[in-house]
Design a binder for this molecule. Structure first.
Ligand code: FMN
Length: 339
């Protein structure tokens, strides 16, 4: 069997689940994963996911309609579990017959999984640990993403390689599992597929796609950066649990430390409750990311990026990125079987 035939066989389950040619998702990235990148990804045979982020139901409605105008292929929608209008956003997905909803940002609230499935969509959740994966499987999710701390954006504490070893042997036979975090080349994709993954999810690698609307300054920062520039934020107050975010270090990283101090002080003085304090931190990130992605302020804005950023070396169409990844994965598989 040739390398590309082996790859097709290894990706078959994930590709069928997604309704795509290849089992490669472009993970939702707030402000970046809008209609253009999502449609380009699905048109190239992968699977694009709209980042709903802090969008209102009306904005999501328009974004899904806009994406449908650019592609006939399936794509998904990423919803953040703590969004105050989660129910209404699920209704918008059902209205458009979106086939896959990805729930991010912690365990889904009661009833959310059932509601999404009742609307006809498959549910994909992030599982940060084996115990949580088992709980999510019992709750009826259709697929899982396991994402390591090499990833860009909000991260957990464990690396992709360890999560893959701990979790794939236990759960890969129960439902499709997609591995994310730190994947920049096809050899790694081949490796995770051989370990039992149904497919992979990449984010950082797609930021500089020609079709991505990210500001030229944002793309330049990615092309210049190396792995060690993508650092995780530090929590400064033990009472204010802040989910770490991996981003390229800049003046904005220091501003985030100052923001945490300000919110922690407000907590101390009883001016805000814990839930409100955490929401303030999340809103801060959304605003800072917009400032960098849309406005191009790469000094004060947030440059969320994964450690694979060093493997992003130029702007190129999504179809070329996919072709490169597939060629690398196929060559790796062919090389192994020739021994
Ligand atoms: C700029 C940026 C924004 C992101 N925004 C989101 C988001 O809104 N929701 C989400 O579930 N994941 C988000 N992520 C994570 C990606 O969907 C994806 O899982 C991650 O980038 C995969 O790891 P990689 O960056 O190492 O490829 C974001 C990542 C980046 C780089």
């Amino acid at each position: 069997m040739s390398g590309s035939e082996q790859l097709t066989r290894l990706m078959a389950r994930g590709a069928e689940f997604l309704g795509a040619e290849y089992a490669i998702l472009a993970g939702a990235m707030s402000w970046v994963s809008e209609r253009n990148l999502v449609a380009a990804m699905s048109n190239a045979g992968g699977f694009g996911v709209i980042a709903c982020g802090a969008m209102t139901p009306a904005l999501l409605d328009a974004e899904i309609a806009g994406t449908k105008a650019l592609t006939q292929k399936p794509f998904g929608v990423n919803l953040i579990t703590m969004h105050p209008d989660l129910d209404a956003l699920i209704d918008v997905c059902a209205k458009h017959r979106v086939g896959h909803v990805v729930l991010a940002g912690g365990l889904p609230p009661g009833g959310a999984i059932e509601k999404i499935k009742a609307g006809g969509a498959k549910v994909i959740c992030f599982a940060p640990a084996l115990a949580l994966a088992k709980k999510l499987i019992r709750s009826g999710v259709d697929a899982l993403v396991i994402e390591g701390m090499e990833a860009g954006g909000h991260i957990g504490p464990v690396s992709t390689s360890v999560l893959a070893q701990e979790m794939l042997p236990e759960i890969a036979d129960k439902l499709p599992v997609f591995v994310a975090g730190g994947i920049g080349r096809g050899e790694a994709i081949a490796g995770y597929l051989e370990m039992g993954a149904a497919g992979v999810q990449l984010g950082t690698r797609f930021v500089c796609a020609t079709e991505s609307i990210a500001h030229p300054n944002f793309k330049k920062a990615f092309i210049r950066a190396s792995a060690r520039d993508a650092v995780a934020s530090v929590q400064i107050d033990p009472r204010l649990p802040v989910i770490p975010v991996r981003a390229l270090k800049n003046a904005g990283s220091d501003a985030f430390t100052a923001k945490q101090r300000e919110v922690a002080q407000a907590l101390d003085e009883g001016r805000v409750a814990m839930a409100e304090a955490q929401l303030q931190i999340e809103h801060y990130w959304a605003g800072a990311l917009r400032r960098a992605v849309i406005e191009g302020d790469v000094e004060q804005g947030s440059l969320m990026a994964g450690q694979s950023v060093g493997m992003v070396t130029k702007e190129e169409p999504v179809s070329e990125i996919i072709e490169t990844l597939l060629a690398q994965a196929s060559a790796a598989l062919a090389g192994r079987s020739s021994f």
